[in-house]
Each structure stands twice: as C-alpha cells, then as structure tokens.
Design a protein around this ligand. Sequence first.
Ligand code: 13P
Ligand code: SF4
Length: 330
Amino acid sequence: MDTLAEVNQKGFVDEYIDPTLDLFAEIERLKKEKNAIILAHYYQEPDIQDIADYIGDSLGLSQEAAKTDASMIVFAGVHFMAETAKILSPEKKVLLPDVKAGCSLADSCPPHLFRKFREKYPDHLVITYVNCTAELKALSDIVCTSTNAVQIVESLPKDQKIIFGPDRNLGAYVAKKTGRDLVLWNGACMVHEIFSQEKITRLRERHPAAKFIAHPECEEVVLQMADYVGSTTGLLKYTINSEATEFIVATESGIIHQMEKANPGKTFIPAPPNNSCACNDCPYMKRNTLEKLYLCIKNEYPEVTVPEEIIERARLPIERMLDISAQLGL
Ligand code: 13P
Ligand code: SF4
C-alpha cells in the first residue's frame, strides 16, 4: 500500500493490480472474509452497481446503512453519503474508494457561512438536503432527501418558518409543491444545472412519444417541462410503471444502467447539456472505479471518520428524517 501521505494527496490507494485478476471474484471473497457490505448509489459506474449488495437513492442508502449487521460498510458513492453512514453506524468501519469523491452541492454551502445565514433567522427551523457536509447537518433541525423533502415540509405546522438549504432548485420545487414560503440557501449541483431547455425542446420534437423525466435538483425551467419529477428511485420506478417506451432522462447518466436492466426493450436518452464539453456524468461520483473499490476493501482504506461531537449533533436531524419517512412508508 502507498504511504498515508500519498493516499491523502491522491484520495485513493494507488497500488498495482495484476490485470488478469478477476476483480469481481476477489471483491466477493474479501467481502465475505471481512463481513463487509457494499452500498452503491445509482450514479456509480455499471460494474460497481453490478457488484453492490444494495443500490439505491440517498434515502434508501441511509436506511440501509442504519440497519446493516455488517462490520464494514464500503460506500460506493460520495463523501457526504459515507459520512451519513458513519453518523448512523459510528461503531462500523466506513470506507470510500476515493475520498476525493466530493460534491459540488455540498461545497456550495460552507458551514461557517451557513451558520451566519441561520443566525439572521432565529425563529426559523432549518431543513437541509442530505447532500451537505456532516458539519452542516449538525447545524440543522431536520435532514431530507429528494424522496421525502415535500412530505417533511408538509409534516410541519403551516405557520412554521423554514430555512431550506443547500439546494436552491430543490428548495424552489418544494416551495412550489407545498405552497410554503421557504428561505433558500443559494446552492446548486453542477451536474443538474447543465441541461439545456432549448436542446431538450428540440429533442422532444424528434421523439414526440418520449416521456421527459427530471430530478428536482434541475432548474425550474427544466422541471416545468417534465412529465415526471422525482428522486433517482422515483425516476426508476416511473420508467417501470409507465407504458411509454422512450424516456429523456434529466439526471446523472449512471441511473440509465438500472433503467435499462429493469426495462428491456425501452429506450433511454440522456437529456442534452448546454455545451459540448459538459456531460451528465458527475465527476465526483465517477472518481470511484472497480479497481479503487477492490483496493479499498483489501487495504481497508481510505476510511471516512466524523468527529464525535459532530456525530452527536448531526445524528438527531437524520434520525428525524428516517422516523418521518418510516411513518409515511417511504
Ligand atoms: P437521490 O439519489 O437521493 O435522488 O440524489 C441524487 C443525487 O444527486 C445524489 O448525489
Ligand atoms: Fe453532488 Fe450533483 Fe454529484 Fe450528486 S450529482 S454528488 S449533487 S455534484
């Protein structure tokens, strides 16, 4: 294994792997040997999705992290997701194949600035989207995901004043759906803000029977055009339940792997970005590879840790979300 300093600089263990090695078989063997579970988000590369024990959206992944009996959680996703798993299961070792798998949305809300922002609204409750740092969750009252954001806001009294962060697009969508006046933090996801309204319109002209589906992290102009708006799991379920055979998909392209597996014969077209050098791949999610996953489980490194006092403060807002979701059957 590389030295700790090298790993920290690169973000992952960069060790030679014999190219004839069957990585799928090796990962399966190591998983059993170490009593490890692999949790993967839908935006991971197809090989990682195929070897994962559980694939899901942010809510499903945190529910799974809270209930697993495994002693080690290998999180094939991004840093805030692994942190959430650690907060919910602090006694377990949580690994992330590449610790530089961050998130532009989490980065758009530095905790020291959010703390000042929150101080301006002392009578407001703070709801934060799970796509944020553990430190930000520790400054929150309730966490939410794209699956339950609307229901969590609706579960609060109508006159309750609310700050919603860090995603301005999800926040605006929730405000519109619930009719509430939310104070929004001005953050966004770089992947979901690249879709071009004009190019989507043009594409729909060429595919008039296609359903256009979008994630609520997209901008309002894009969401207004959508036949369906939902979390990654919501989008996947929609494609399964819909009679349509063609879909234009406005979210990270990794989800298309599960859509194709679940819907043989249906066609999925990634929504076009607004320029030719951008794509619908999340550069953070895609830092993880099958090779890095193998090295991470083999070396039990890089490990994601969260300071004890942050765990203590961030746990309650996440548990509130899990409790509300369980009551609603989400
Ligand atoms: P969900 O999978 O919870 O919809 O979140 C999407 C996302 O952007 C995760 O980074
Ligand atoms: Fe963050 Fe956007 Fe990537 Fe999700 S898709 S991890 S919100 S940068």
